[in-house]
Design a binder for this molecule. Structure first.
Ligand code: PRX
Length: 650
């Protein structure tokens, strides 16, 4: 067993050259607002400089740099070309089948300008919403920046979400345009995307046009008048486009994420503060040297990590990066390491679940490749267990590359808690300290800071530039979800503890949100999907510990009487499970499919009718069931247990 006290001080030669230096902490502590104003001037180019750093008078809705104006695409692209770096590679694209494309900053400026003109020709203007449903291809980055260039608000929907999930996001955002592709390449095959869009747009829809990127060349149904090819409208478009200067608080994007209720929340991010913190954190946490580094973040643009650390953070810093379309095991389990060797990737950012999967495949695989270019390794999405941390450091990082375990959320917009490479002595398994300028605390039920060595709830005690500005169209839900648990404090939904040094260790969600392979899933959303199936009378979902995915979805279902009989036989039970898993995939997406579905006669409930998920989690994790005295009917647990064990015997 690895101990918590183990720590790895920075190498002196790394520390001497590091972007981040220890004085950042003092500067931020002395004058937090002046510190952020300085970061905003350093990392962002403003059309009109701001004079006010923060207006918190309308808390919890913040205004950062409120009277400044700027454009996100100009900051990500044009200013690098203007500074003479147009020939620098912005994107090394690697398609899953092995096709590649190199895009310089000058290329990106042309592509984004053309796409902005093309979108404008379809009637998109400042303030409109555009849904982007694309694979990890160059056009995904271009589409996001083209929206930002004209002041349209993008809402990227992960390509793995179903037509139903897409439909509800399009409706909630009131999107005028959807940008998609015929399909993408995944696990050696072309998979389709456009049919999901067609299905999502049946019936009433606010969408006027669907723009389709040709990626795979597969047959695609076509709605005349509604659908247009990306290449048709961009190739003929002008390569000059004047960016629309927007106010700092102009909505840059909406990104939907799961919460504790059945309905995903549209997290709203605005422009000036978000860009400031995305660029500042990318610069300091990854120590990026744009002239020499090659950076690679494996996240899909459908998640917040793809927004902040594939698109905005790295491009604002003028970095060269790799984007890869496919999975780590296509066509072989060394694909990622092959890519690192090929492009000499020096900064690498991925999720613990991926690291654990690679551990399972064995270190012989990465050992076949030259990974000596790597100098900083990042982790995000869930706590990284010390074993995986040590493997990452030893096998991938040659025992030298510092590991930054970065804690943040869709809502925080950018990294909040993380070591600074070159400054922090890193500890396997701990995200450690709030970054300079960020104020976090671990508190007890009464909102009091816990002493070192104790646990509680993670809260953020001061507003930060990249914070969400609300939930799209639902200010009350924003206040209720994040600001009502502890007066004046942002409640993140995570449990945490402080060790004897005051370093923070994340302990997982304390609400009904699960974390499966670093993806956030709501127990309620999956329960709603299950009960929408004809066979299901009631469902309860829990996240159970899983060696690879961190947590796995385990569902307990009560079948309607007419189907319960059927479930008694082995074939019947198997076919019901397949049906239900497919149903969840259809309602939400394949990522939400339960790993295990257990058919039970009853669910454990309190007298007020609340399902006691804690007890179900005990069963799902094969533990002795804990205190069940608050159950309305205490025999329920025996009933469930005997039902499950008789099934195991059959
Ligand atoms: O529970 C925390 C976990 O992921 C949640 C945020 O999920 P999402 O909004 O999808 O964003 C993921 C990428 C930023 C958090 O509430 N989480 C994220 N990073 C870490 C983490 N838990 C522990 N350690 C981390 N480094």
């Amino acid at each position: 067993m690895l101990t918590e006290t183990r720590s790895f001080p920075p190498a002196p030669e790394f520390a001497a050259q590091a972007n981040a230096q220890a004085h950042l902490y003092n500067e931020a502590a002395n004058d937090r607002l002046e510190f952020w104003a300085h970061q905003a001037r350093t990392h962002v180019t403003w059309k009109t400089p701001f004079t006010e750093t923060l207006d918190w008078s309308n808390a919890p809705v913040a205004r950062w740099f409120g009277d400044g104006t700027l454009n996100a695409a100009y900051n990500a692209v044009d200013r690098h070309v203007a500074a003479g770096n147009g020939d620098r590679v912005a994107l090394h694209f690697e398609g899953e089948p092995g096709d590649t494309r190199t895009v310089t900053y000058a290329d990106l400026q042309r592509e984004v300008s053309r796409a902005a003109n093309a979108l404008a020709s379809l009637g998109v203007t400042t303030g409109d919403r555009v849904v982007i449903y694309l694979p990890m291809i160059v056009e995904a980055v271009v589409a996001m920046l083209a929206c930002a260039r004209i002041g349209a608000t993008h809402s990227v929907v992960f390509g793995g979400f179903s037509a139903d999930a897409l439909r509800s996001r399009i409706a909630d955002a009131g999107a005028k345009i959807v940008i998609t592709a015929d399909g993408g390449f995944r696990r050696g095959k072309a998979s389709a995307l456009k049919p999901a869009v067609d299905e999502a747009l049946t019936g009433d829809s606010p969408v006027e046009h669907v723009v389709v990127v040709r990626r795979t060349g597969q047959e695609t149904a076509w709605a005349e008048g509604r659908d247009v090819w990306w290449h048709d409208i961009t190739e003929t478009a002008d390569i000059e486009h004047t960016p629309v200067w927007v106010e700092a608080e102009h909505p840059l994007f909406i990104l939907y994420t799961s919460g504790t209720t059945g309905k995903p929340k549209g997290i709203l991010h605005t422009t000036g503060g978000y860009l400031t913190q995305a660029a500042y954190t990318h610069y300091n946490v990854f120590d990026v040297k744009p002239e020499t580094d090659v950076y690679w973040c494996t996240a899909d643009i459908g998640w917040i990590t793809g927004h902040s650390y594939v698109v905005y953070g790295p491009l604002l810093n003028g970095a060269t990066q790799v984007i890869y379309e496919g999975t780590p095991d296509s066509p072989h389990q060394g694909r990622w390491w092959e890519i690192i060797e090929k492009y000499k990737v020096s900064l690498f950012y991925t999720a613990p679940t991926a690291i654990r999967t690679c551990m399972k495949w064995g270190e012989d695989i990465p050992n076949k490749y030259d990974l000596s270019s790597l100098r900083v390794l990042g982790s995000v999405g869930e706590s990284i267990n010390p074993e995986a941390w040590m493997w990452y450091r030893r096998v991938i990082g040659a025992n030298t590359a510092p590991i930054v375990d970065t804690w943040w959320q869709t809502e925080t917009g950018a990294i909040m808690i993380s070591p600074l490479p070159g400054v922090t002595a890193t500890k396997p398994g701990s995200a450690q300290r709030p970054l300079p300028g960020i104020s976090a605390e671990v508190v007890n039920d009464s909102a009091e800071a816990v002493p070192n060595g104790s646990g509680g709830y993670l809260v953020l005690t001061e507003p930060w530039p990249a914070m969400l500005r609300g939930i799209w169209g639902d200010l009350e839900r924003y206040k209720d979800t994040y600001w009502s648990r502890f007066e004046g404090l942002y409640f993140a939904g995570d449990g945490a503890k402080k060790d004897e040094d005051g370093d923070i260790w994340l302990l997982g969600r304390v609400d009904d949100v699960m974390n499966v392979s670093g993806h956030r899933l709501s127990t309620m959303e999956i329960e709603s999907a299950l009960v929408s199936h004809d066979f299901v009378a009631e469902a309860a979902v829990v996240g159970a510990a899983d060696d690879t995915t961190g947590q796995a979805v385990v569902a307990f279902v009560i079948l309607r009487e007419e189907h319960a009989q059927n479930a008694g036989t082995a074939e019947g039970s198997e076919s019901i499970q397949i049906d239900l898993r497919n149903h969840v995939a259809k309602e939400i997406g394949p990522i939400a499919k339960p790993r295990t579905i257990l058919v039970v006669p009853e669910l454990p409930k309190t007298r007020s009718g609340k399902i006691m998920r804690r007890l179900l989690r005990d069963i799902a994790e094969n533990r002795t069931v804990g205190d069940a005295t608050t159950l309305a009917d205490s025999s329920v647990m025996d009933l469930i247990a005997s039902g499950l064990s008789s099934k195991a015997r059959s």
